[in-house]
Ligand binder design. Structure first.
Ligand code: ATP
Ligand code: MG
Length: 461
């Protein structure tokens, strides 16, 4: 239950010009805007205005104290420092400009700070890469904390360790430090943040049963809550396309539903076979991606193309498995094979590769060194992320209906391995589910290619 709002959504008055908050935030968020609970959780699908609403709220809160001449500070947190600038820092800048307060602030980049000139009220930005480092932070006069993209933090312990640090520095002129969380719920119900929220729901219910006020306000939003018409037709069409191709994926990505992982990693109906390259489209770039093995593990290399229409096509596959072979190929043999494979494709598609990606395991560096010695070329070793995240990029491409493969004998192994690609049941009820690492070489190849070329593939997330 939420307390009924007693006041109207505030109208603030910067530089004598009225800005109606209700023209900036969707009506869905009115209760969240007005809640007097200390802890506020905004969870929801992509593009549901969580970040913009929270940033506007934080600026409005600071504004109130600035007008009274106080120094009031806000702490914005991300899981990693490297994301701060493009995320919370620019988001607060956006809110300041929407509220026509941009010119009253100084923007510092090293360290990241946004400082009100007259009162020195400051937005601080930290990455929680190391919660212990944050412990020594002296900000003072804190009025609010914001965990942006909270699902990307390592565990709920990050919140438990960080909250006391800043809550201890509460400004004397506020009753409490408000804590905000915003995130997209992960698919996996056992992901830490989903379990964390289950615990919070239980706590809220327990307090209600005892006649106490819940401490947490939980909001769930989706793009459908847009009553201000902010979403462009292009965005809505894009969402509709994903809904048509893969309704489950849509429910997760855009409705924020915890749909579970399923056993099969990929929905195979999203791999579209082609007899030949389409007549009404053409390749603009080709790419190679390799996953090399040694001893018993296979070496796979795929050639992918991106077309003018923005589709992605698997063009060709090289696959060598040393399993059960008495005389296994040496790195020099593999380098030669891969070179032949590349040259064949370069000729077939009449273009040089735009990028050549590889795994970042030892075996891949070893083969790369051999390849370099023989052919004077190096691969780009991908900076791998969590498996669920790498798979998610592929799922996103698939859900957009943009993935095709040439239905050739050599590409059969790619399809077969993807059909068999499964989550490991024993790890599914954990925060970090794993895939079954058997016959997953082309699946890895695909993930490295997508991860390394997200921009070319026009994958936003
Ligand atoms: N009042 C507004 N006027 C114009 N654009 C707005 C307004 N509010 C939000 N937007 C835009 O709508 C888009 C989605 O909003 P926002 O980023 O806040 O959503 P989100 O729920 O945080 O999304 P995600 O789940 O991707 O983090 C953004 O591009 C944002 O700039
Ligand atoms: Mg956001």
């Amino acid at each position: 239950m939420t307390t009924k709002a007693k006041t109207k959504v505030t109208t603030i008055k910067p530089n004598s010009k009225q800005i109606r908050i209700s023209s900036l935030i969707n009506p869905h968020f009115k209760k969240m805007w007005l809640t007097d609970r200390p802890y506020i959780i905004a969870r929801g699908g992509r593009g549901s205005f969580k970040s913009s609403t929270i940033s506007l709220k934080l600026v409005t809160m600071m504004k109130k104290y600035i007008q009274q001449g106080y120094e009031a500070n806000v702490v914005c947190l991300r899981d990693n420092q490297k994301y701060l600038r493009d995320s919370v820092f620019s988001q607060i800048g956006w809110a300041l400009s929407k509220l026509e307060m941009y010119n009253d602030f100084d923007f510092r980049t090293s360290p990241l700070r946004i400082i009100h000139r007259r009162t020195h009220s400051t937005f601080y930005f930290y990455g929680v890469d190391d919660p212990m480092k944050l412990k020594s932070n002296i900000v003072g006069n804190v009025i609010a904390i914001w965990y942006e993209e909270a699902a990307s933090f390592k565990s709920a312990e990050d919140f438990d360790q960080t909250n006391p640090t800043f809550i201890r520095q509460k400004a004397p002129f506020v009753d409490m430090v408000r804590v905000f969380w915003s995130y997209n719920p992960p698919k996996n119900p056992y992901d830490f943040i989903n379990e964390w929220l289950d615990g919070i729901n239980i706590e809220n219910e327990r307090r209600i049963a005892k006649g106490l006020k819940p401490r947490y306000f939980i909001d769930t939003s989706t793009y459908l809550d847009d009553k201000l018409g902010i979403n462009s037709q292009e965005t809505l069409d894009e969402i509709e396309r994903i809904k048509y191709n893969d309704p489950d994926y849509h429910d997760w990505l855009y409705l924020g539903k915890v749909i579970g992982l399923g056993t099969n990693v990929y929905n195979m109906s999203l791999f579209h076979p082609l007899k030949e390259l389409p007549g009404d489209d053409y390749l603009i770039n080709i790419y190679f991606s390799v996953d090399s093995g040694h001893e018993t593990s296979a070496t796979a290399c795929c050639c992918f193309g991106i077309t003018e229409k923005g589709n992605c096509i698997l063009l060709d596959t090289y696959y060598y498995s040393p399993a059960k072979k008495a005389n296994k190929k040496a790195p020099s043999d593999l380098a030669k094979d891969l070179h032949t494979f590349e040259q064949d494709n370069i000729k077939a598609w009449d273009m040089d590769p735009y990028k050549r990606s590889a795994d970042s395991a030892t075996a891949d560096y070893a083969l790369d060194n051999e390849y370099y010695k023989m052919y004077g070329e190096k691969w780009h070793h991908v900076a791998k992320t969590r498996k669920v995240a790498m798979i998610d990029h592929v799922q996103n491409l698939l859900a957009q209906g943009r993935f095709y493969y040439l239905d050739t004998e050599k590409n059969k192994i790619f399809i077969k391995e993807h059909q068999q690609y499964q989550w490991d049941e024993d790890t599914m009820e954990s925060d970090d589910p794993k895939v079954i690492k058997e016959r997953d070489h082309t699946a890895d190849v695909f993930q490295y290619f997508v991860l390394d070329n997200r921009r070319d593939l026009d994958l936003k997330w």
